[in-house]
Design a protein around this ligand. Structure first.
Ligand code: TYD
Ligand code: MG
Length: 481
């Protein structure tokens, strides 16, 4: 291992030696007899190469990897554990620390857990480095030191961003490094409470015989970071770039390896960004925090409903407010539909930010029960502001917006609605209905159209139960059709 720039002397502590040398002991160079082929998309393993993965059907994803052979007798050498009764297991009181951003803390399940390994994915340019630089700076007040490793940008580039964000903390250390041994060496020297690795695709384990960013490299580096996080009780955040389809560029296995998977969502051209917890061993999944990219980095949006409705225009047909739930948070969004005459042979259905199948289904139901001419029209549906919503609660608003646009009759300004639409035109119940009504009421909505079944248990004076799409439309539009 090379000593790094500031002359770090390797510790002789046995535990540290294991961390630093681990990779080189375990791995063997690939050869025809002791290698296998692993799919970088799904992890399928085979002794022979295929052009197309037999498991997931992806092309050119099988890569050769060395087989790790254990020394003889290794199986027997492991220490036998004695099973214990679950009720006798004492829970350790985990002391979390804050990221300095209340909404982001909520997404994490109440702050960072020491010793956990997190993955933050997202497209290039979405704001991963910006967010983590602020977080690494914020945490120094509570945990003392944090270390930010950038394998993509030079120290000068990181400094320009840090100045822009107004970072002056004395406890935040930077290094521009790619070599795994050097990175872990620095960690053992600096002893940070938080380590940010930007990005895992640039890390290189010298003991693995493939290029940085390859599945073998990513996996090996991630395993070494995991061992470091657990043995030193340090929170480690790995940044991972995603490919166009939204998947992480590298093996999916990385998602299984880490404790928490966070993804940045949103279009680069839009103002806001959403960080969503797709997996969380220490909190609820699907929790989100909403940010706005400003002049001085990412700013948390505490009231996303107000943000998404801020540009709403009164008395416009084709717009209907719905309450969707993201994680534990009810958020009001405006569903917009545009129904226009079909100029070409086949009517078009265009879905922005909502599921295409949902659009087809809702349009078909509305066409059968309310507007028979809808099947001959072009239908466009999107969520204003670009929020991605994929939950059944917005079905009713989609249907109402389509009918509103078709007849050019606006939806009442003080009406919001939610409910799933069934194939026979019924409005069905969805989770967290009370929270949705409360959020709509908080933002001043005076009538909330809800699935009829909910009104039995709800005492809210603003709810109006609807059992069919016809009832929903009748109650929502300014004058009924
Ligand atoms: P970055 O955080 O580098 O994205 P990633 O690490 O995900 O690739 O940068 C995100 C974009 O945000 C970049 O195009 C510049 C812009 N930006 C701002 O608008 N305001 C700021 O204060 C900063 C630091 C960046
Ligand atoms: Mg970056």
């Amino acid at each position: 291992m090379n000593n790094h720039a500031w002359g770090f002397q390797r510790k002789t502590d046995a535990r540290h030696r294991t961390l630093l040398k681990k990779g080189s002991e375990d791995s063997m160079p690939p050869s025809a007899s002791n290698s296998r082929f692993v799919c970088s998309s799904c992890g399928y393993q085979s002794l022979r190469w295929y052009g197309r993965c037999p498991e997931c059907g992806e092309w050119n994803t099988l890569e050769e990897q060395p087989t790790v052979t254990k020394p003889r007798g290794a199986k027997r050498a492991g220490r036998r554990q004695t099973p214990v009764v679950l009720s006798a297991v004492a829970l350790e009181n985990v002391k979390r620390f804050s990221s300095g951003l209340p909404e982001f803390d909520r997404t994490l399940g109440g702050g960072f857990v020491p010793g956990s390994l997190l993955l933050l994915g997202g497209e290039p340019g979405i704001g991963k480095s910006t967010l983590l630089l602020s977080v690494a700076d914020n945490v120094t007040s509570s945990i003392g030191r944090s270390l930010y490793i950038s394998g993509e940008e030079s120290l000068g580039q990181v400094k320009i961003r840090a100045d822009r964000l107004g970072i002056e903390s004395q406890g935040l250390y930077f290094a521009s490094e790619r070599n795994m041994d050097a990175i872990l060496g620095m960690c053992l020297e600096i002893k940070p409470g938080l380590l940010v690795v930007d990005s895992i695709q640039t890390c290189e384990d010298p003991s693995v015989d493939s290029l940085p960013g390859s599945p073998a490299q990513i996996r090996s580096c991630a395993i070494r970071f995991q061992e470091y996080a657990k043995s030193e009780n340090v929170t480690v955040i790995l940044v991972g770039h995603t490919v166009k389809t939204g998947d992480l560029a590298g093996p999916r296995l990385l998602e299984h390896l880490v404790d928490t998977v966070l993804y940045f969502e949103g279009e680069l051209s839009h103002l806001y960004r959403i960080v969503r917890a797709r997996k969380n061993r220490f909190g609820a999944t699907d929790e989100v925090s909403v940010f706005r990219m400003g002049e001085k980095g990412l700013v948390e949006i505490r009231n996303p409903s107000e943000f998404f409705l801020s540009e709403r225009i009164a008395d416009r047909s084709g717009c209907c407010v719905s309450v969707c739930v993201q994680g534990n948070k009810p958020i009001l969004v405006e569903v917009q539909a545009l129904v226009t005459p079909c100029l070409y042979g086949t009517p078009r259905r265009v879905a922005g930010e909502i599921d295409y199948q949902k659009l087809l289904l809702t349009a078909a139901v509305m066409s059968k029960y309310l507007v028979s001419g809808l099947d001959k029209m072009d239908v466009f549906v999107k969520i204003a502001g670009g929020a991605k919503v994929n939950e059944p609660g917005i079905d009713l608003a989609c249907g109402v917006a389509m009918v509103s646009s078709y007849y050019d009759i606006p939806v009442r300004h003080n009406v919001a609605c939610f409910g799933e639409i069934g194939l026979s035109g019924e409005v069905r119940m969805v989770p967290r209905m009370e929270d949705r009504v409360r959020e709509a009421s908080r933002l001043g909505f005076e009538r909330v159209l809800v699935p009829h079944g909910f009104t039995d248990s709800s005492s809210s004076p603003i709810t109006i139960g609807v059992s069919t799409v016809e009832e929903g439309v009748r109650n929502a539009l300014i004058k009924s059709k």
